[in-house]
Design a protein around this ligand. Structure first.
Ligand SMILES: Nc1nc2c(c(=O)[nH]1)N[C@H]1C(S)=C(S)[C@@H](COP(=O)(O)OP(=O)(O)OC[C@H]3O[C@@H](n4cnc5c(=O)[nH]c(N)nc54)[C@H](O)[C@@H]3O)O[C@H]1N2
Ligand SMILES: Nc1nc2c(c(=O)[nH]1)N[C@H]1C(S)=C(S)[C@@H](COP(=O)(O)OP(=O)(O)OC[C@H]3O[C@@H](n4cnc5c(=O)[nH]c(N)nc54)[C@H](O)[C@@H]3O)O[C@H]1N2
Ligand code: SF4
Ligand SMILES: [Mo]
Length: 701
């Protein structure tokens, strides 16, 4: 950080959990970053950053940063702390852990992290090695994408799909369970280009998002019924002979059994399930099968329901059925993350995990901390979780079923450490808070899930105050624990070289040096990238698996099928009688999960937490726009301002997230109503599988 070169540009990468993983150019004067903008050389970043990260400097220099280690002085949940030194902090933490290990064993300690930064080193590097070495409980990181990933894998083999840039060549695009203009805005220019060239773009979403409003057609499906829609489309495509038989014969398995299976899903029946007219389903099937190239952007909204894994698996069958993988601009895209042949075992060292170590599902945090299951019975966590180490995540806001999570976090005998940039809902419950660096203050490497480059993030400025990167804190914790293994102390540079070491042809030419020179390097894949034009599916059979023997071996239906939501008017009419509205809570445009909620300039745009309902649902409840209502079910309730609007469909309520509890009117956000139930495949979260009712607040409330 010499001030000899007063103004310089540093290669950075957006760290947030967003498919776009933008290439950033940071202008630095002396030790101060003065500008954050798109690196103009990166094609998918396309010269712009989103509304949130354009304001990244506000985040870095925010007055609310955690600047020094702190220890709790108030009650849990109060968020009252006093400063301590790093030395005292590390000593206190490791003393406590050593005592717990002696009494309860290392599995009484639970790391809790997700994708606050997606940097490989700071999210799955020394942290993994450290907790593996310790023998702490393993965390199954299921909160976002595991259902879809498992479903897609069953059909396609890995998270590999259409190059986002190829969407420009499509003639038909289905935007299925994705709010592209909010959550994946760098795909939009390619969609827009296709539309300008005459493509039709159809959005399948229960809510008329800004994306749905900007596309050719919006199909307002009932939440959680996408699997049924895909089966209905296949019914029409197969029975009307609109398939690509040559592609099916060469590159797929199980077509005959699929043909039999889809007979159970005639469009009339699918119409009753999905709430879409029969004629619309038939028309969509014909249009999809007869338009080339046809691309599907399927995304995470549709897999946050009980049958989410199977729904993604089923939709992923469509391109092979019509041969769409043959075309530039055809196929499907869930995530590109499986395209990167990085050396994860070298980075994470799973080989040092003690055999028999238990795994705790992160979305069952409430259950794990209270040791109580859904029925209120002992949940059998033995040893109990006695210590929690949280980094890269804000579980007190983002985890489902928050009443139980907060109850657990309040336990006096739970020792909680939170490494954070800000005083979040989660730090409020911490015994020790540690200050974390932002992306401008540390080094990292990144892959993306919405494009095909490997990226570098060079530190632009020194850490502010006493903030430290995750990697450095884990080195200090390893030392404090008295561990001596070299791999716990590898430098960031060494970690980077280890994860890049691969003989795979896609990694050819990608080294730390080439990355440092340009900021990013595209994987060594052809352009255009047509991964499955001639089969080559990374499944056990090497084919697109309409019939999956690996699912069959796990006791799961080997064929696509429709698994309804757990909380749905058809599958659970008794519950629906008490709680008739299906509540979805997708991201607010100006937040990123719970990140940015504390940034005034962005929160002011979102104003306040709201719930939106259709006039037909508002009228019988005498609800009008602007009223404060309570949204509730058996798990809990939250209070918000209501907006009555036809953007949502009848029967569906929409409450954008993820607000911090402390910015919510009654200190409760939407996750007071969501459930810890898991999906059919991948043990994923079911945030949108959530029946509620809404009522005007009476004075006695
Ligand atoms: N601005 C912004 N960008 C983000 C994020 C953010 O918080 N803010 N979060 C990032 C993260 S972590 C993720 S995982 C992604 C998430 O982004 P997406 O993958 O787009 O997922 P969601 O926004 O959860 O849901 C997408 C759309 O699906 C709709 N939906 C809900 N249920 C269903 C259903 O059953 N069927 C169908 N067809 N549609 C349904 C929702 O109304 C929503 O409009 O975005 C990333 N990008
Ligand atoms: N109701 C509802 N709930 C949801 C969702 C929803 O759509 N609806 N979305 C779900 C989804 S898709 C996801 S992915 C999860 C996301 O949940 P999380 O992964 O918890 O994401 P964030 O809320 O962004 O919180 C990340 C935290 O990490 C911190 N952080 C950032 N960088 C660093 C770093 O380098 N070091 C450390 N120590 N900390 C850092 C940030 O300050 C931030 O507070 O939420 C889930 N929760
Ligand atoms: S949040 Fe997404 S769109 Fe915004 S800068 Fe980061 S990667 Fe790009
Ligand atoms: Mo996510």
């Amino acid at each position: 950080m010499s001030s000899a070169s007063p103004r310089r540009i540093v290669h950075a990468t957006c760290p947030h959990d967003c498919p776009d993983t933008c290439a950033i150019a940071v202008t630095v004067e002396g030790d101060r970053a003065v500008k954050v903008e798109a690196n103009p050389a990166h094609s998918t970043t396309n010269g712009f950053l989103c509304a949130k990260v354009s304001k990244y400097l506000e985040r870095v220099y925010h007055p609310g940063r955690v600047t020094e280690p702190m220890r709790r002085v108030g009650a849990k949940g109060e968020g009252k702390f006093e400063p301590i030194s790093w030395e005292t902090a590390i000593q206190t933490i490791t003393d406590h852990w050593k005592a717990l290990i002696a009494e309860y064993g290392p599995q009484s300690i639970l790391p809790y992290s997700y994708a606050g930064t997606m940097g490989l080193l700071n999210s799955q590097g020394l942290d993994r090695r450290f907790f593996h070495r310790m023998g702490a409980s393993l965390l199954n990181r299921t909160i976002c994408a595991s259902a879809g990933a498992a479903g897609y894998k069953a059909t396609i083999g890995a998270s590999i799909g259409t190059d986002p840039e190829s969407f420009a060549a499509a003639r038909l695009i289905l935007i299925w369970g994705s709010n592209t203009l909010t959550s994946n805005v760098h795909l939009w220019p390619y969609i827009l280009k296709a539309m300008k060239q005459g493509a039709r773009v159809i959005t399948i979403d229960p809510y008329k998002t800004r994306t749905a409003a900007a596309t050719t057609e919006h199909l307002a499906i009932m939440p959680g019924t996408d699997g049924a829609l895909a089966l209905g489309l296949m019914h029409v495509i197969i029975n009307e002979g609109l398939t690509d038989q040559d592609y099916i014969e060469r590159y797929t398995i199980g077509f005959d059994r699929l043909r039999e299976r889809v007979q159970a899903y005639p469009p009339a029946q699918v119409a009753a399930i999905t709430g879409l007219p029969e004629a619309v389903i038939i028309k969509l099937a014909r249009e999809y099968a007869t338009t080339r190239p046809a691309a599907i952007r399927l995304n995470y909204g549709l897999q946050r329901h009980f049958g989410g894994g199977m729904a993604v698996r089923t939709i992923a069958c469509l391109p092979a059925l019509v041969g769409a993988w043959r075309d530039v601009g055809g196929g499907a895209l869930l995530s590109t993350s499986g395209t990167y042949p990085l050396n994860y075992p070298a980075l994470e060292r799973p080989d040092v995990i003690p055999p028999g170590t238990r795994t705790i599902n992160m979305i069952r945090l409430g259950e794990a901390l209270t040791n109580r299951n859904e029925q209120g019975l002992p949940a059998g966590y033995d040893p109990p979780v006695k210590a929690l180490y949280v980094y890269n995540s804000n579980p007190a806001a983002v985890a489902p079923d928050l009443a139980q999570v907060h109850e657990g976090l309040k336990r006096e005998d739970l020792f909680t450490v939170v490494h954070e940039q800000f005083f979040t809902d989660t730090t409020d419950y911490a015994d020790i808070v540690l200050p974390a660096t932002t992306q401008l203050e540390h080094f990292d490497l990144h892959k993306a899930y919405g494009h095909l480059s490997v990226m570098v993030n060079e530190p632009a400025i020194p850490p502010l105050a006493e903030a430290r990167p995750n990697t450095e804190v884990f080195r200090a914790l390893a030392k404090g624990m008295g561990y001596t293994e070299d791999y716990l102390f590898d430098s960031d540079d060494t970690l980077a070289r280890q994860v890049l070491t691969s003989n795979h042809p896609r990694m050819e030419g990608i080294t730390l040096e080439t990355l440092r020179e340009k900021g990013f390097v595209r994987l060594n894949v052809p352009q255009p990238f047509l991964p499955f034009a001639e089969g080559n599916f990374p499944t056990p059979s090497g084919k697109c698996e309409f019939y999956s023997e690996s699912l069959e071996r796990q006791g799961i239906d080997p064929l696509p099928t429709y698994l309804p939501p757990r909380e749905d008017r058809l599958s659970n009419p008794q519950l629906a009688e008490r709680y008739p509205l299906a509540l979805i809570s997708p991201p607010a445009h100006n937040f990123l999960n719970s990140s940015f909620v504390n940034q005034d300039s962005l929160r002011k745009v979102e104003k306040e937490p709201i719930v939106e309902i259709h006039p037909w649902d508002a009228a019988p409840r005498q609800i009008e726009t602007g009223m404060t209502v309570k949204v509730f079910n058996d798990r809990g309730e939250f209070r918000v301002r209501v907006k009555v609007s036809e953007r949502t469909r009848p029967g569906v309520a929409m409450a954008p997230g993820v607000w911090w509890n402390k910015f919510s009117p009654d200190g409760h956000n939407v996750n007071y109503t969501t459930s810890q139930a898991v999906t059919d495949l991948g043990e994923g979260a079911t945030f949108y599988d959530n029946l509620v009712d809404i009522a005007i607040l009476r004075t006695e409330d």
